[in-house]
Each structure stands twice: as C-alpha cells, then as structure tokens.
Write a protein that binds this ligand. Structure first.
Ligand SMILES: Cc1cc2nc3c(=O)[nH]c(=O)nc-3n(C[C@H](O)[C@H](O)[C@H](O)COP(=O)(O)O)c2cc1C
Length: 181
C-alpha cells in the first residue's frame, strides 16, 4: 500500500445536486484532516450497459478505467440512493462490471445510507447481496446512516453539519485502517 491510503468514492446517483454525491464530496473535503486520500469516481454515466460478450480483453475503455481505479484503491466507500426498493439501475450496472474482475475481491468496502430515517434499507440489502458476489470485504462499523436532506447542503454543495463531517472522518479512518491490514 502507498504511505497515504487511497479510498475510492462511488456515488450511485447521476442527479445534479445529488445528496449522495454531496456526502462523498464532503468526505473528500474531510479526508486530508484524517490523513486519507480520496478519489471521486466520475464516469458512472459513461459506462456502457453491461454485456458479458463485452467482458473480454480489450474491455470497453470506461470499464477498463473503472477496474483500474478499483485496483489502485485501498478501500471503497459507496453512497447510493434507493430507487424502487433497490439500487439505481445505473449503479447496479457499475457493480455488474466489477463481477468479472478481481479488483474488489477482499477490498475493504463500506456504504453510507444518506436516506431519511427508516428509508433506504432495500438499497442497503441489495448492496450487501451484490458485494457478496464480488467478494468485497464489508467493513461493518464503517457502514453508517447519515441522513442528509437537500436542505442540509450549503452553497458549496457540501454538508456543513460538523457532527456529520466528524462521522465521515471516522468512516474514512476505519476504512483506511482496514486497508492497511
Ligand atoms: C425513480 C425513483 C425511485 C425512488 N424509489 C425510492 C424508494 O424505493 N425508496 C426510497 O426511500 N426512496 C426512493 N426514491 C427517493 C430517492 O432515493 C431520494 O430522492 C434520494 O434522495 C435521491 O438521491 P440523490 O439526492 O443522491 O439523487 C426514489 C426516487 C426516484 C427518482
């Protein structure tokens, strides 16, 4: 591992002004204070629809890029909305692209549920199932709820609430220490 651990941030939302993306952008802002590097994955919309026929060498460039950045990461942090009781199709598509590779296998991985209290459990359950197929190492204490409404975002698009920012710092620290083992 490099001296500063790198955590890949995966948002499941393509929406402009996404609260899930804001959680991860806030984690990115907090990361230096806990001695962690983060990289925001920006190419969700560029991934082609997964087709097993295309899961061969050479991979479509966006899929190869995804696997390369997953490979470089010491750990993964996901924040995704729930759509119709499960994951957004575009994000499930990203996860489908990871199944044929080994990059996620044994990689410390956690998710933040940013939905309102009592919501988002379907997305969490699907994440747990799909990540199980990929062999990701789920870091349970780093899987936390940080409810974030659209009114919680400041003009900079980030979460201002210090308690939430502290929680994000703790999550990053837990993932980084798992990545060092
Ligand atoms: C097509 C669609 C389906 C949704 N289905 C659910 C759902 O099943 N359960 C839920 O709690 N919220 C559901 N929502 C609400 C979103 O999860 C919520 O608006 C979330 O904040 C969107 O995340 P974002 O701000 O990161 O885009 C749905 C929203 C959309 C657009």
């Amino acid at each position: 591992m490099t001296s500063t651990p790198m955590i890949l941030l995966l948002s499941g939302s393509l929406r402009k002004g996404s609260t899930n993306e804001a959680v991860l952008r806030t984690a990115h802002a907090v990361a230096p204070s806990v001695g962690v590097d983060t990289v925001m994955y920006e190419d969700l919309a560029r991934l082609p629809h997964f087709n097993p026929d295309d899961d061969t060498d050479p991979l479509p460039a966006p899929a190869a890029g995804l696997r390369a950045v997953l490979d470089r990461a010491d750990a993964i942090l996901i924040c995704t909305p729930e759509y119709a009781g499960t994951l957004p199709g575009s994000f499930k598509n990203l996860l489908d692209w990871t199944v044929g590779g080994t990059e996620i296998c044994d990689k410390p991985t956690a998710w933040i549920n940013a939905a309102a209290p009592g919501r988002g459990h379907g997305a969490e359950a699907t994440l747990r199932t799909v990540l199980g197929y990929t062999g990701a190492k789920i870091v349970e204490p780093a899987c936390v709820r940080i409810p974030v409404g659209r009114d919680a975002l400041g003009e900079d698009g980030l979460i201002a609430d210090q308690k939430a920012r502290n929680q994000l710092g703790e999550v990053l620290g837990l993932l980084a220490s798992e990545g060092e083992r």
